[in-house]
Design a protein around this ligand. Structure first.
Ligand SMILES: [Mg+2]
Length: 278
């Protein structure tokens, strides 16, 4: 018997190798699950990254555009929420069955349902604080950046620090701070300088900074509200569920959580779920 209505996922290291598109295996499993569950990726990335990492691989693996109405994008840790309207947002009443319809996909049919951005002064302060903290701890790796790459990025409702930038190689990133100790040092400094913000360790080289309370707990609470479900209806997958990790707020909320080491673990669990429901 299916007791969950929603499968929610962290992205980096849970559905993919950090910052890369989800592998075909995960895409195929999600497509198989879409008729049964609301599928909710929630992660610190920008909307454009959600398209590259999740939506495009689903399309390449043959998802029907109409099924995307069951895919809910909780962008920037759920401070923005995008929903897909197969007939366009202006045609909200558009209803068709998942299996029969062949309505083509249109990127313009993603609609921003809500948005909680940071103010300009807050963004500027976080840029300054993160740079200073990384410099003071000796982890400001500007010399290792690819041309045109940035360490600190404005993600609208959060500021993201990626020690080696966005374009660094996966292996290089894994090797940089495998035990999170470097980032813990940077975070310690940053909290002293800007206690009104929260700093969370995520991915392989990242620190996410945002207003107090605007973490995954906020995003998950918005998810409950927007989807009209209860905590018990959700099963959450994440790789950073330890205290201080960016998935920990979900654990603290009392939502059922599966801790994974990688997308391989997630695939294993999803195959199990499909085995039970099909
Ligand atoms: Mg993760």
């Amino acid at each position: 018997m299916r007791t969950k209505k929603v499968l929610a996922f962290d992205i980096d290291q849970t559905l993919n190798i950090a910052k890369t598109p989800i592998p075909d295996e995960i895409a195929k499993l999600l497509i198989e699950l879409l008729p049964y569950y609301e599928i909710c990726p929630i992660s610190g990335q920008k909307f454009e990254q959600f398209l590259i990492q999740i939506v495009n691989p689903l399309l390449e693996n043959g998802v029907h555009a109409v099924a995307l109405s069951h895919l809910h994008l909780f962008v920037a840790q759920g401070t923005q929420y995008y929903q897909y309207y197969p007939g366009g947002y202006s045609d909200k009443a558009f209803q068709v069955s998942i299996t029969s319809d062949r309505t083509p996909y249109n990127e313009k049919n993603w609609h921003l349902e809500y948005d909680y951005p940071l103010e300009k002064a807050e963004v500027e302060k976080l840029f300054r604080v993160l740079e200073e903290s990384a410099k003071e701890t000796g982890y400001w790796e500007e010399d290792k950046l690819a041309k045109g790459d940035e360490i600190i990025e404005d993600r609208h409702s959060m500021v993201a620090f990626s020690a080696l930038g966005q374009k660094a190689g996966t292996e290089e990133k894994y090797a940089w701070d495998p035990d999170t100790k470097k980032r813990q040092e940077i975070v310690k400094k940053a909290i002293e300088k800007a206690p009104e913000f929260q700093f969370e360790i995520g991915g392989t080289t990242s620190i996410n900074a945002f207003k107090q309370g605007m973490n995954k707990k906020f995003g998950m609470e918005m998810m409950l509200k927007e989807l009209g479900v209860k905590k018990e209806d959700i099963l959450y997958f994440g790789d950073m569920t330890q205290p201080g990790g960016n998935d920990y707020p979900v654990v603290e909320m009392g939502i059922d959580t599966i801790t994974v080491r990688s997308h391989e673990d997630t695939a294993y669990a999803l195959r199990g779920i499909l085995g039970v429901i099909k």
